[in-house]
Write a protein that binds this ligand. Structure first.
Ligand SMILES: C[S@@+](CC[C@H](N)C(=O)[O-])C[C@H]1O[C@@H](n2cnc3c(N)ncnc32)[C@H](O)[C@@H]1O
Length: 238
């Protein structure tokens, strides 16, 4: 599954350029069970299977020593779980400061609780919905964390203007043609006036955030210019 980030796109380029490295391991390689089983029925009954402690614990040990060979002394061990803290951009930025991360991906009903108690530093969720395994959540996180690493994005792809940076959503984007089925690109973007364009984009970001995610604005320290630009839009639409 992880080939979709190691073999494609921005993340592939970062791996090729050795900005970071990805190792994956399969818990099935860490069991003595002749059928390579890593799960069993839940104590107390009920539907679904539970992942056992030992294969996961051995896998995490191996991942930890793998990271040591790259100079990472204490990697942060994360279990992807719908019961974890919901990830946002701020958390992604903080995770990007760590030297090494280990992601544990659950399957079935999840993992034996004792594994979490003994081996996990942080439980993270990608949102209040359930997917079938931790691999997709891990890949989402790895991609977003890598975008924050120096040298991963070039100027054209810069993450600085992405949504959630600065507690704002991104502004609307346009490209050729200038006119499409009667709809035109906003004049200001064709004006060549960089200051005006910058202000218009900031105003659109503020307005979008106000309309779609007002919760983000509550934790934002607005500058005088930002408050003025937003007020202008609110008045215009009232
Ligand atoms: C089918 S889910 C198990 C859900 C578990 N029974 C529960 O309700 O908390 C299997 C695995 O997918 C991963 N997973 C599912 N939803 C997730 C989410 N929103 N965020 C992160 N990981 C998730 C976890 O690793 C989980 O162990």
């Amino acid at each position: 599954m992880f080939e979709s980030i190691s073999k494609f796109g921005v993340t592939r380029r970062a791996f090729d350029n050795k900005i970071c490295a990805l190792y994956t391991s399969n818990p099935r390689d860490f069991t003595n069970d002749p059928y390579k089983r890593v799960d069993d029925k839940a104590f107390g009954g009920g539907p679904g299977m539970v992942m056992k402690v030992e294969p996961l614990e051995l896998a995490i040990k191996e991942a930890t020593s793998q990271q040591k060979t790259h100079g990472v002394v204490a990697p942060l061990r994360i279990y992807l779980s719908p019961q974890g803290k919901v990830v946002n951009q701020q958390l992604v930025n903080e995770l990007a400061l760590h030297d090494g991360l280990i992601f544990v991906c659950g399957r079935y009903e999840g993992v034996d609780e004792r594994f979490i108690e003994r081996n996990i530093d942080l439980e993270l969720s990608i949102g209040d919905f359930v997917v079938s395994g931790g691999e997709l959540p891990a890949m989402l996180l790895i991609d977003s964390i890598m975008r924050q690493l120096p040298g991963v994005l070039n100027d054209k792809e810069s993450a600085v203007q992405d949504s959630f940076m600065n507690n704002l959503l991104d502004y609307p984007h346009y490209t050729l043609p200038r006119e499409y089925n009667g709809t035109n690109v906003p004049d200001v973007l064709l004006s060549g006036n960089h200051r005006q364009i910058e202000l218009w984009r900031l105003q659109m970001s503020l307005w979008r955030t106000y309309q779609r995610r007002p919760d983000l604005l509550q934790s934002k320290n607005m500058t005088k210019i930002e408050s003025g630009l937003l007020k202008e839009m609110i008045e215009k639409h009232s």
